[in-house]
Ligand binder design. Structure first.
Ligand SMILES: Nc1ncnc2c1ncn2[C@@H]1O[C@H](COP(=O)(O)OP(=O)(O)O)[C@@H](O)[C@H]1O
Ligand SMILES: [Mg+2]
Length: 190
């Protein structure tokens, strides 16, 4: 299996998802995650603001913030590494380059993710047998996740059908330990 081919296949499947199923999936993922004590206890959460047909994170980010967590969101740098800035409610976001919503807060630096107690990561697919994660092809999260300690939960968010055995892996690919889908949470991968 080739990464580019798998990305195309998943993006094609995602393009067929309707609003209703995306919103239902998002609600289910949000409820599953908010039920976990280790999510409730996380003081600093590195999340992301979903775009397009990604599993939707907007309600989850809002709920984590309401609950009292400090939520940081990525800001894509020109070199494709991820800077981080604090989400402080719906008014704290503005469209950045490419139209992606970004916090208006000051950039805290690429190392900010080192202090996160919980990381939510976007993915196109994850291999359930080893946690290998397929991203959009920029390698941004491989760089960011390399800075996260081994005991920090890293959860990739997926639609149904995106847990795929045999996701191709390169040496730089950083696996995830957990996956949240609308049907539940898969833990202790790899
Ligand atoms: N730690 C890293 N430092 C520098 N560049 C990296 C790093 N990890 C990945 N990359 C770059 O990102 C590119 C895309 O990585 P890939 O794993 O294919 O994308 P994705 O993880 O988004 O699916 C790699 O070819 C590599 O050039
Ligand atoms: Mg990768």
């Amino acid at each position: 299996m080739d990464k580019m081919k798998l990305r195309r296949q998943i993006l094609h499947a995602r393009s067929g998802l309707d609003e209703k199923s995306i919103n239902e999936g998002a609600r289910s993922i949000r409820e599953t995650l908010l039920d976990q004590p280790w999510v409730q206890m996380a003081g600093l959460v590195a999340a992301y603001w979903s775009i397009g047909q990604e599993p939707r994170t907007h309600g989850l980010v809002f709920a984590l913030w309401k609950h009292g967590a400090t939520v940081i969101l990525p800001v894509l740098r020109p070199d494709k590494d991820l800077d981080w800035a604090v989400y402080d409610g719906p008014d704290s976001l503005a469209p950045g380059p490419y139209g992606i919503m970004e916090p208006v807060d000051t950039r805290r630096g690429v190392d900010t993710i080192r202090t996160a107690a919980l990381v939510l990561a976007p993915a196109l697919a994850v291999d359930p047998s080893n946690g290998v994660r397929l991203g959009r092809g920029g390698g941004s999260y491989d760089r960011a996740l390399a800075r996260v300690g081994p005991n920090v939960p890293v959860v990739a968010l997926l639609h149904e059908g995106e847990l795929i055995k045999g996701v191709p892996a390169d040496p730089h690919d950083v696996p995830v330990r957990q996956v949240a889908t609308p049907s539940g949470l898969l833990t202790q991968l790899g």
